[in-house]
Each structure stands twice: as structure tokens, then as C-alpha cells.
Design a binder for this molecule. Structure first.
Ligand code: MP5
Length: 198
């Protein structure tokens, strides 16, 4: 089964991950800056956790997936620099403690180390596809948030997500529904955290 079919099979829950009120508020400018800043600091922590997961996945990846994963490990290192710049510009403390949704997502990423590689690739594709679709839905974004909307909707990001889909499909995952649903639930919890921080 091509991994893209998971989006149709679980359409209702998928929609909750990519059409969240947080994103509506980013689009229409009603999101308070403090809630956005809380989310930004937590997302920086998530990206640091994701980098560790991705580096470990690269170490056990099949030959065909090495190139896309190696490229994205480098991109994540650069992304952490981008978060540091954003945090400095907004006077945010990136060392703030992880909120429960962030800590829960970090635990999920750790658990994914013991999932077989094809399913771990599905998990990574789901993580990134969620962001691409979610931020695409928030386009163009209120002026104060536009830079962030653009960050996760640039063509090179869409190409990366497409590359992950090819890698996941070629790995031939079996029974990927569980891992897909776990990631989608973690993504929904992450948006909820941001809205609750209002
Ligand atoms: C991503 C992210 C996308 N930054 N945060 C969450 C909660 N999910 C997915 O990851 P990347 O590597 O920043 O594109």
C-alpha cells in the first residue's frame, strides 16, 4: 500500500492535524504573540529531538534512503541555527523546559528506534508531511507570522517530503497504520499545547 493512502484511510484524524485552530489563528492574525512564542520555543526543542532520531535512523537506513536522510540531517542542523536566530530576535529562552506535549513527542521518537526501518520511515514522512500540509493551509499567514508560514511551504521542503514518501514506499512498510496514527496524535497534541498556552 502506498503510504499516501494513509491520508485517505484516516482522513478525519488527519484533518485535525493539518487544519487546527492554531493554524487558522496564524492565518488570520488572531494568535497572541505569547502563544506563538511558546510554540516556537517548544518546536525548537522538538527539532533538536528530531535531529537525534533522524541521525539514528540514517545509521540503520537501507541504501536507497541514505541520500534523502543524510541531506535532511544537515538541513536540521541548519534549521536549529534558524531557530536560534528567531529566538534571539524575539528575546526567547530556548532553554525553557519541555512542555508535556514536547516531552511526549520526544518519548515517541525514542520508541521509534525500536520500530522496523520501513515503519520508522513512514513515521518521519508523516512528521514532515503534517508540517507541509498544515502550514500550506495557513498561507499566506498574517504579516507577523508570514515568514514562518513561508519557511515550511518553500518548494525545497515540499521536494524533501516527496523524497521521503518515495523512500518510505520503496522500503515497503507493512501495517503502517499504527505508527501513522501515533505520529498524527502527537502532532495534534503539539498544536493543542500551543493553543492552550494562549
Ligand atoms: C515538524 C516540526 C517539521 N518542526 N515540528 C513538529 C511538531 N512536527 C514537524 O520538522 P522540520 O524538520 O522542522 O521540517
Amino acid at each position: 500500500m502506498p503510504v499516501a493512502e494513509l491520508l485517505q484511510r484516516h482522513a478525519a484524524v488527519w484533518r485535525r492535524a493539518v487544519c487546527h485552530p492554531f493554524l487558522d489563528a496564524v492565518r488570520d492574525g488572531t494568535l497572541p504573540a505569547a502563544a506563538f512564542d511558546t510554540w516556537l520555543v517548544q518546536d525548537a526543542r522538538f527539532v533538536a529531538d528530531l535531529l537525534r532520531f533522524q541521525a539514528r535512523l540514517l545509521a540503520r537506513a537501507p541504501r536507497q534512503a541514505q541520500s534523502v536522510l543524510a541531506g535532511s540531517v544537515t538541513a536540521l542542523v541548519e534549521e536549529l541555527g534558524w531557530f536560534e536566530q528567531q529566538a534571539a530576535a524575539r528575546s526567547l529562552d530556548l532553554a525553557a523546559p519541555a512542555l508535556p506535549a514536547t516531552a511526549g513527542y520526544a518519548e515517541l521518537l525514542d520508541r521509534l528506534d525500536s520500530v522496523d526501518v520501513p515503519n520508522a520511515l513512514v513515521a518521519l514522512w508523516t512528521i514532515e508531511r503534517t508540517y507541509l500540509d498544515a502550514w500550506s493551509g495557513a498561507r499566506p499567514g498574517a504579516p507577523e507570522y508570514r515568514e514562518f508560514v513561508e519557511h515550511w511551504t518553500v518548494p525545497v521542503f515540499a521536494e524533501y517530503v516527496a523524497g521521503l514518501e518515495v523512500a518510505a514506499d520503496r522500503a515497503g512498510p507493512v501495517d503502517a497504520d499504527a505508527v501513522f496514527l501515533e505520529v498524527v496524535a502527537a502532532e495534534i497534541a503539539f498544536w493543542e499545547m500551543a493553543v492552550e498556552a494562549r
